[in-house]
Design a protein around this ligand. Structure first.
Ligand SMILES: O=C(O)CCC(=O)C(=O)O
Ligand SMILES: [Mn+2]
Length: 199
């Protein structure tokens, strides 16, 4: 049985399974994903300037599944073996979910980050379920409430953990992955999503 921690945040439904994957399996998925995924550098235009995104990224999903991030539309062509296996484990763990896409992030060390955002793109629909698997270096996941008071909440995401955000989380809170200068090992994060075709 998976052990879950519920996070006590108003207007959000978030739970964490800190030891979702046994250690040896987490090690194996870390090395397989690091190797099999075609990690890309990505650029973003902010106020008319091209900037490199401070991490490596990839997108996978059922063929044809399209997702817009960093201002570009990415069309999935399928799944690599370890990512496909992780998706099957998620479907077994989270009854009723059918993830058809995953955004993958490689944080090469503590200087790689993800800025404040919510996973609230239109194709995710209302109240999306986002399942986030963390492998490798432990990094802090930070949340902040939208509006006043601007409560923030920090928790480390361990190697092999599973974080699930659902309900109104994306409407009421934003999240980010802050810089951690002393971390010198890589971390892989996979956020599985269910995308709906544009209506
Ligand atoms: O790396 C993380 O834990 C967060 C990733 C994330 O928020 C995203 O991919 O949307
Ligand atoms: Mn996110």
């Amino acid at each position: 049985m998976t052990a879950w921690e519920d996070w006590p945040l108003g207007g959000a439904t978030i739970r964490l399974a800190p030891e979702w994957l046994p250690r040896d399996l987490a090690d194996e998925f870390l090395s397989r994903t690091t190797q099999e995924i075609e990690w890309r550098r990505e650029e973003l235009t902010i106020f008319g300037k091209r900037r490199e995104v401070p991490r490596r990224v990839a997108w996978q999903g059922d063929p044809g599944t399209a997702y817009r991030y960093s201002g570009t539309l990415h069309v999935a062509t399928g799944w690599t073996p370890a990512v496909r296996e992780l998706r099957e484990r998620l479907h077994a763990e989270l009854a009723g979910t059918r993830f058809n896409g995953v955004l993958l992030n490689l944080y090469r060390d503590g200087n790689d980050t993800m800025g404040w955002h919510a996973d609230d793109e239109r194709e995710l629909g209302d109240e999306p379920v986002i399942a986030s698997i963390s492998l490798g270096a432990v990094r802090t996941f930070r949340l902040r409430r939208r509006g006043e008071p601007r409560t923030t909440f920090d928790r480390p995401l361990p190697h092999g953990s599973l974080l699930v955000m659902s309900g109104a989380t994306q409407s009421n809170w934003q999240h980010c992955l802050p810089r951690r200068a002393r971390v010198d090992a890589p971390r892989v994060n996979l956020t599985f999503r269910e995308l709906h075709a544009h209506g």
